[in-house]
Design a protein around this ligand. Structure first.
Ligand SMILES: NC(=O)c1ccc[n+]([C@@H]2O[C@H](COP(=O)([O-])OP(=O)(O)OC[C@H]3O[C@@H](n4cnc5c(N)ncnc54)[C@H](O)[C@@H]3O)[C@@H](O)[C@H]2O)c1
Length: 251
């Protein structure tokens, strides 16, 4: 019998996989037996993470440099994964940025950068992989949304829009490809301790903690566990959902 939540013989691509939540996802998918491509902005960053995780898990973990906002770069990433592994079963659209500011102060460049990376990036990578997933009649796509996309967050009109957009994207694509045995889901983290959140003002951290019934901030592993379930064989009847992993912050 196969082990529960095993990812033996599966191939995964994780964008933004070199640090934070993405790295925790790469580590867990590799521990479950998957071969993984760590795709991130620079080759050096991705390479360091890939080497360490390959050594820890004994699994095949390779690095690739990608800018998900660029469709040609996203396509080259998927082509390279198919060339090295023969297929891609799992895509985790995790790469994301913030450029927080009040609406009066958000520049057009900061609006565009957030939407281009967070939302268009998921579109670019999903579009690049979908044909091969349809052909093989198997696929798992997970998009990293946020509670900011569910409830909205002052100072984050750009980020909240991108993350809410990802929820709509997830549902639309889930309906489009379900008949091909491809599931598409989103995970909406609450406040997770990573480099993305480390420099937030203490006041925001205090408010976030107060709003979290579980009484603590999340860890990258909390999100990785949810992703590992959604990409598993066992989650084959779960599609179009947004799983909030937020310690109860938004309900
Ligand atoms: N940390 C949190 O509290 C939190 C909460 C909700 C949602 N999220 C989401 O989870 C995801 C991961 O967040 P994190 O906290 O680990 O962030 P992080 O900043 O620690 O890591 C993000 C990674 O994405 C990479 N990246 C950025 N732009 C890219 C691009 N154009 N192409 C490829 N890679 C790119 C970065 O190099 C980095 O390695 C993001 O989508 C984020 O919005 C995080």
């Amino acid at each position: 019998m196969t082990e529960f939540l095993s990812l033996q013989n599966r191939v995964a691509v994780v964008t933004g996989g070199a640090q934070g939540i993405g790295r925790a996802i790469v580590e867990l998918l590799a521990q479950r037996g998957a071969s993984v491509m760590v795709a991130d902005l620079t080759a050096e960053k991705a390479e360091g993470a890939a080497q360490e995780i390959a050594a820890q898990t004994g699994c095949k973990v390779v690095a690739h440099s990608v800018n998900v906002a660029d469709s040609a770069s996203a396509k080259a990433m998927i082509d390279s994964a198919v060339e090295q592994f023969g297929k891609v079963d799992i895509l985790v659209n995790n790469a994301g940025i913030t450029r927080d500011n009040l609406i009066m102060r958000i520049s057009e460049a900061d609006w565009d950068a957030v939407l281009d990376i967070n939302l268009k990036g998921a579109f670019n990578c999903s579009q690049a992989v979908i044909r091969s997933m349809m052909k093989q009649h198997y696929g798992r796509i997970v998009n990293l949304s946020s509670v900011s996309g569910v409830s909205g967050q002052a100072g984050q009109t750009n980020y909240s829009s991108s993350k809410a957009g990802l929820i709509g994207f997830t549902k639309a694509l889930a309906k489009e490809v379900g008949s091909r045995n491809i599931t598409v889901n989103a995970v909406a983290p609450g406040f997770i301790e990573t480099r993305l959140t480390v420099n937030l003002p203490q006041e925001i951290k205090d408010i976030s903690l107060k709003l979290t019934p579980m009484g603590r901030f999340g860890k990258p592993e909390d999100i990785a566990y949810a992703v590992a379930y959604l990409v598993s064989e066992e989650a084959s009847f779960v599609t179009g959902v947004t799983l909030q992993v937020d310690g109860g912050m938004v309900m």
